[in-house]
Structures are given as structure tokens and as C-alpha cells.
Design a protein around this ligand. Structure first.
Ligand code: NAP
Length: 262
């Protein structure tokens, strides 16, 4: 683990989606570096369990990132803290359906979770970081954005927003010593992913990364490049980028079909 995390991104970090999976592993890595943590998710119990196991000060925010109350709930727990690092991790969208088969409400939910949530929190916490001339923001993206995907059109497009937003924000905040990273993640063994029951062996198997590896790479790469594809996903990222769009989207759409059990 790099030894400058606390100096650059302490004394507190907020992890949006910080109770399990990749978010939990960010919490464990940051706690090991001595950074205090604000952990946010919808369910209180997993947050409390994780917080109790960490060797640093913690606070908990139980709120839905898609709700109107989101900013007020976060401010109530953080206005008196110096948040030096924001990790916007939550984002899995389990609507494996075509756009026209979803309600407008569910389409808005997907965009609220990924596009609106990360934009508002980057604005809220990025302002004080820019004033202090130090800090970091990690936005967790997805390899699906490299191709788009039938059955996952909104999710993939929202993640493309995440990557593009991270690059622009990286450029805007770099002169102020604030580091931004879009972390491009592929299949990862989180509770949310495992619920899909995708095959791990045999025909159509998907090789999934360990959440700890993903979080560790994110923290290692913060402050270097604006966008980092997790190392295990790099060959697929290169492959998708080399294909004509119709072939890339056909390849990726197979994943949505598998999620539906087609
Ligand atoms: N796992 C993969 O295979 C994979 C692949 C590519 C990209 N990614 C990206 O990696 C990130 C993490 O994915 P993940 O698999 O760990 O699942 P996830 O559901 O995106 O994240 C899990 C964490 O987020 C919280 N959360 C989820 N929805 C929330 C909401 N509406 N409001 C507040 N908190 C919420 C969960 O707790 P609660 O349920 O209690 O709210 C939990 O702490 C996401 O951005 C995802 O798009 C994952």
C-alpha cells in the first residue's frame, strides 16, 4: 500500500456505497492507512457491522443516493468534518431489460444513482477540497461503457458519463492539487454481482476480479491518470476498443442476456 494516503487524502474519507463489496474493501484499505471513514449505504446493519470492525473513527449515513434527502442526510453527518477523499462506489443496476420495457421511473432511478449522485457529491465535497488545495475523488465506472449493451443501455451510458466526467474533473482540479480518478471496473465478486448467478466455469464463464484487488488498484492509481482500467480488465478493454461498434455491442449484450437467464 502507498504510504502517502493519509497525508494526501485524510483525515476523513466518505465512501458512497461503503458497506460491502468494492466499497467495503476501500474502507478496509483506507482504515489500514489511518483514514477515518464516513460509510454510506441504504441498510444500516451491514454498515454498523463493518464500522465496528475498523480500527479508525467512523460515522454512518443511511440514505438512498437516489433520494431527494441525500445531500441533507450527508451534510448532517459531515459538515463538521474535513473530507479529504470521496469514493463514489454504488452503481450496480440490476434492471437487465430493454429500455422500452422499463418504466420511466426506473430509467430515472438509474440516472439518479450514477449520473446525478456522483455529480452532486463531487460538487459538494470537491469545493472545499479545491479551497484546501488537496484531496481526492474516485468515481467507480464500468467496462460496459466501452461498448454499450442491449439490456443494459442506461447503465452502460451512465458509466460512460462517469468516465468522461472524471476526465474533465481531473483536468479542472489538477491545478489545485485535487486528484480525480475514474476507475473502470469489470466483473468483480461482490454480493451484488454474485446475485446474478453468472457462470464461473464452463462455456460462457466470466472471470471475475476480487473486490480487494479493485480497491487497492484504485487507491494506487489515484493522482496518476484520470482513468484507470483495472489490470485484469485491460485485455478486454483493448479488445472492445478494437472492434467495430456493432461487434462490440453484440459481444457485451451477451452478458445482459446471461443475467436474464436467456
Ligand atoms: N461487481 C461487478 O461485477 C461490477 C462490474 C463493473 C462495475 N462495477 C461497479 O462497481 C461499483 C460497486 O459495485 P458492487 O458490485 O459492489 O455493487 P453496488 O450495489 O454498486 O455497491 C454496493 C454498495 O453500494 C450500496 N448501495 C447500492 N445502491 C445504493 C443506493 N441507491 N443508495 C445508497 N447506497 C447504495 C450498497 O449498500 P445497500 O444495498 O445497503 O444500499 C453497498 O454498500 C458500482 O459502481 C458498479 O457499477 C461493478
Amino acid at each position: 500500500m502507498r504510504d502517502d494516503l493519509k497525508a494526501k487524502y485524510g483525515p476523513w474519507a466518505l465512501i458512497a456505497g461503503g458497506s460491502e463489496g468494492i466499497g467495503e474493501m476501500f474502507a478496509r484499505e483506507l482504515a489500514a492507512a489511518g483514514i477515518n471513514l464516513v460509510l454510506l449505504a441504504r441498510r444500516a446493519e451491514p454498515l454498523q457491522k463493518l464500522a465496528a470492525s475498523l480500527p479508525v473513527e467512523t460515522r454512518i449515513v443511511t440514505v438512498d443516493l437516489t433520494s431527494e434527502a441525500m445531500i441533507d442526510a450527508i451534510r448532517a453527518q459531515t459538515d463538521d468534518l474535513e473530507i479529504g477523499l470521496l469514493v463514489y462506489n454504488a452503481g450496480v443496476d440490476n434492471h437487465a431489460e430493454d429500455v422500452l420495457d422499463r418504466s420511466m421511473r426506473s430509467l430515472r432511478w438509474s440516472i439518479d444513482l450514477t449520473v446525478i449522485g456522483q455529480t452532486l457529491l463531487a460538487h459538494h465535497f470537491g469545493g472545499p477540497m479545491r479551497e484546501r488545495r488537496r484531496g481526492g475523488i474516485i468515481l467507480v465506472g464500468s467496462l460496459l461503457a466501452y461498448a454499450g449493451g442491449g439490456g443494459m443501455s442506461v447503465y452502460a451510458a451512465a458509466k460512460a458519463y462517469c468516465h468522461t466526467f472524471a476526465k474533465g474533473l481531473w483536468h479542472e482540479l489538477k491545478p489545485y492539487g485535487v486528484d480525480v480518478l475514474g476507475l473502470v471496473v469489470s466483473a468483480t465478486k461482490t454480493p451484488a454481482y454474485l446475485k446474478f448467478g453468472l457462470p464461473e466455469e464452463g462455456a460462457g464463464a466470466i472471470v471475475a476480479s476480487e473486490p480487494a484487488l479493485v480497491a487497492r488498484e484504485g487507491l494506487e492509481q489515484l493522482g496518476r491518470e484520470p482513468l484507470w482500467v483495472v489490470s485484469e480488465a485491460q485485455p478486454m478493454a483493448a479488445h472492445l476498443s478494437s472492434l467495430p461498434p456493432a461487434e462490440a455491442v453484440a459481444l457485451v449484450s451477451g452478458t445482459a442476456a446471461a443475467m436474464r437467464g436467456d
